[in-house]
Design a protein around this ligand. Structure first.
Ligand code: G6Q
Length: 570
């Protein structure tokens, strides 16, 4: 290792910095951004307690109602002036033009040269949407009709398996964007699910998952829905082949495949080669990104579970949010406000985490879903002009359903060294009202965001301890540990109930939030080269792992691990 003097080291660091950030980007050199920096320095030490004490209308001023959803963002380190500056920033960056470009079918996914039109899939108006000069709405409507026809047959028992029995179990096989959305919606809308059928989601290539599912189903009554945009994804194809072998092993007739397998894909020839009949293919298009695809035929398992009318309600809810997003002024625009709050914390408070905390067991999987939506979309560091960004981008998104999370990681939210902005999400009415359960759940939900915001001062803590009649020495000892600084921000999202419509709106709200952030950061929220890398890397290693020869082409760790695995198997 070369040894550098302190002078040489600092010169090297200066050079690295100047080569990365040649000059400030359009974003960080914009007038609004610079005003935000000054404003941040002023607001940094202001407490939300104070903001609430000085403004009795803060809740009204910083909350927005949309249909059955209330978005309260008053518990944020954010003022009307912050909001004004964010709106100015959006204007300086021509945000509205960028939003319009996406809705209009322009190729805003510039690395893959594709339009991004999940909004067309749920366009419930008669507005035409053009891609390369062609209106795509008739294609969308044809596939919706195909879904309706098929799902009604299966749900009513008209679609029979190879031996003439009705379908009782649906196994959806897909991964990532071809799994998470449908799985999450089916769980969230469980009360809407048809009683006569069971739904299973198979994504992991770990044999334990398929083995577990196949134990629960019968070949005669099972329908496999293979969901893969490319129809080449190793995990999905491996699971699909194993499922087909299992089916044929029992039913012993190639023709059974047509009755027990359907596919959702853009790759028609790949599906046909697999042995699935052409009429059993549900189509979508390359302008639908995986993580934005649940609104397309990728939602087939959802439609099978809750019926096509409810699936269309989901689309209606998302469309209503699209219209809110397109038409509301920015200061009343929920996705815009969510996006700029995120930017405020990531780029100014340097808070690189975001917790999603749903107080509804059926919404537990929304965390995983939003994690993919956000981290795969905005986990990028290169701008449109190919320069690296000169600011942080997408946060780490994580969380868990309340109240389980409270008994696990909330300690760090309250007293850890990092400030972690949170989204608290809850329905006012439970899907399963049982005794006092929902009141208790909601009480916890409200108590947490209040505590994070207010904290507990030293004086308040002392009073509590004194009431417990402790010795003075013990009080002094406990005081710093039991004091909470508070001033930890959160959004509260209340839904009257989790219905197909309100869920559709909620998901579209997050999609647009993520998209606005990507537009402001000037990154491509629609590609996923990191995911593609994973898909190719494993293929080479798989070949080597299967061969009997010693591996030597990689670094010593990878070689060593592979050879160790091979030896252990021997
Ligand atoms: C999503 C990603 C990724 C993708 C899966 C499955 O935006 O691209 O999660 O959905 O890798 O890909 P296939 O649908 O092609 O199997």
């Amino acid at each position: 290792m070369p040894t550098l003097t302190v002078m040489e080291a600092s010169e090297a660091i200066r050079k690295i910095r100047s080569s990365v950030n040649k000059e400030n980007s359009e974003l960080t050199s914009s007038k609004a951004w610079q005003a935000l920096e000054v404003h941040y320095a002023e607001l940094r030490d202001v407490t939300m307690r104070n903001l609430f004490e000085n403004d009795a209308q803060r809740f009204e001023r910083f909350s927005i109602e949309f249909e059955d959803i209330l978005f309260d963002y008053s518990k944020n380190r954010f003022t009307e002036y912050t909001r004004d500056l964010m709106v100015k920033l959006a204007k300086e960056l021509n945000l509205q033009d960028k939003i319009a470009a996406m809705f209009d079918g322009q190729k805003v996914n510039w690395t893959e040269n594709r339009a991004v039109l999940h909004t067309a899939l749920r366009n419930r108006s008669d507005r035409e949407v053009h891609v390369n000069g062609e209106d795509v709405m008739p294609l969308v409507h044809t596939e919706l009709e195909h879904m309706r026809e098929f799902t009604e047959q299966v749900r009513m028992g008209g679609w029979k398996g190879h031996t003439g029995e009705r379908i009782t179990d649906v196994v959806s096989i897909g991964i990532g964007g071809s799994d998470l959305g449908a799985r999450m919606v089916c769980e969230a809308l469980q009360p809407y699910q048809i009683a006569e059928m069971n739904f299973h989601f198979l994504s992991n290539v770990d044999g334990s998952q398929i083995a577990g599912i196949l134990k629960k189903v019968k070949p005669e009554t099972t329908l496999f829905v293979v969901v893969s945009k490319t129809f080449t994804t190793l995990e999905t194809m491996t699971n699909a082949r194993t499922a087909r072998d299992w089916l044929l092993n029992y039913l012993n007739d190639e023709e059974a495949v047509a009755k027990h397998f359907v596919a959702v894909s853009t790759n028609e020839s790949g599906v046909v080669e697999f042995g699935i009949a052409k009429e059993n293919i549900f189509r979508f298009w390359n302008w639908v990104g995986g993580r934005y695809s649940l609104w397309s035929t990728v939602g087939l398992p959802i439609a099978l579970a809750i019926g096509m009318d409810n699936f269309e309600e989901l689309l209606d809810g998302a469309h209503a949010m699209d219209e809110h997003f397109r038409k509301s002024s920015l200061d009343q625009n929920i996705p815009f406000i969510m996006a700029v709050l995120g930017i405020w914390y990531v780029n100014f408070f340097m808070a690189p985490n975001h917790a999603v905390l749903p107080y509804d067991q059926n919404l537990d999987s929304i965390v995983e879903y939003l994690q993919q939506l956000d981290m795969e979309s905005n986990g990028k560091a290169i701008k449109k002009n190919e320069d690296p960004v000169d600011h942080a981008t997408g946060p780490v998104v994580w969380g868990r359903a309340g109240t389980n999370g409270q008994h696990a990681f909330y300690q760090l939210l309250h007293q850890g060294t990092a400030m972690i902005p949170c989204d608290f999400i809850a329905p006012i009415e439970s899907s399963n009202p049982v005794g006092e359960h929902h009141h208790i759940l909601l009480a916890n939900f409200l108590a947490q965001s209040e505590a994070l915001m207010k904290g507990r001062t030293r004086e308040e803590t002392r009073q509590i301890l004194e009431m417990q009649e402790l010795q003075q020495a013990d009080i002094v000892k406990l005081l710093p540990h039991m004091t909470f600084n508070g001033n930890r921000p959160s959004n509260t999202i209340l839904l009257k109930r989790v219905t197909p419509r309100s869920l559709g709106s909620l998901l579209a709200m997050y999609e647009h939030k993520v998209m606005v952030q990507g537009m402001i950061w000037d990154i491509n929220s629609y590609d996923q080269w990191g995911v593609e890398l994973g898909k190719t890397l494993a293929k080479t290693i798989l070949r080597e792992l299967k061969s009997t020869s010693t591996v030597f082409k990689h670094d010593s760790s990878t070689n060593g691990l592979m050879n160790y695995i091979k030896q252990s198997k021997e």
